[in-house]
Design a protein around this ligand. Structure first.
Ligand SMILES: [Fe+2]
Length: 231
């Protein structure tokens, strides 16, 4: 079984995956998965201060998979070895905690899942590079190219898309009532517009904006506290 949820932000937003809020986990095994749609935050200081977060995830009886958010220490994350896993590339953080890398198509339980993490931090001017902000929060052109190649290899036909942010078009809908502050340009959100228009998918899950909301017209569901089972 595969479940997906929104941002966990180290230990700040993990209540939603405790036994009370996610009771299904009692019956799961290491061959079942919880996918966190970015802002996992478990790799943040890049040293033993991350252990509490990583040990908590590793102690569960399922396997934790996470998409990159805009709040991850990418310098530390990218220092982990890259491994091939279920058809795509991962960083292996712990035996049962894996980072699903950008632009990959994984086949898990016969479902094809496309991953694109990353987002633009709107508050980055108040953050410090290498301490609380990393430029790799925006995926690179190479990652976009790899994504198109991997999608072409499966005839642009996917069961699930899991991303951190939303396509620009959808994000603008969410924030249309807010100020110009949120009127920013984001390469990954423009890329996701292309994905939305050109790829066949059954359902898309995203995190990032800290709300739980369904956009049926785009087959997109934004998750924050929701924990949803795929199929
Ligand atoms: Fe977040």
């Amino acid at each position: 079984m595969i479940f997906v949820t929104g941002d966990t932000h180290r230990l700040m937003d993990v209540k939603k995956i405790d036994i009370e809020h996610f009771p299904e986990q009692k019956l799961l095994t290491r061959n079942d998965y919880l996918i966190i749609a970015g802002d996992f935050g478990g790799i943040w200081t890049g040293d033993e201060q991350d252990d509490d977060v990583l040990d908590m995830h590793e102690s569960r009886n399922y396997t934790t998979l996470f998409v990159g958010g805009n709040h991850e220490n990418y310098a530390a994350l990218n220092s982990y070895p890259v491994e091939e896993w279920n058809g795509g590339k991962v960083h292996k953080i712990r035996d049962h905690v894996l980072h699903l890398m950008n632009g990959q198509v994984f086949t898990i339980d016969d479902l094809r899942i496309f991953i694109m993490g990353g987002a633009t931090s709107v508050d980055k001017i108040w953050r410090e590079e290498g301490v609380s902000w990393w430029p790799e929060e925006e995926p690179s052109e190479d990652e976009f190219k790899e994504a198109f190649d991997n999608l072409a290899a499966v005839q642009n036909n996917i069961n699930y898309i899991i991303t951190h942010t939303l396509p620009e078009k959808v994000r603008n809908k969410v924030f249309s009532v807010y100020s110009d502050f949120l009127n920013y340009d984001s390469g990954v959100e423009k890329f996701l517009n292309l994905i939305m228009e050109n790829i066949y998918y059954e359902k898309w899950y995203a995190g990032h904006i800290h709300i739980d909301r369904e956009f049926p017209e785009y087959k997109i569901r934004v998750l924050y506290n929701g924990v949803v089972k795929l199929k």
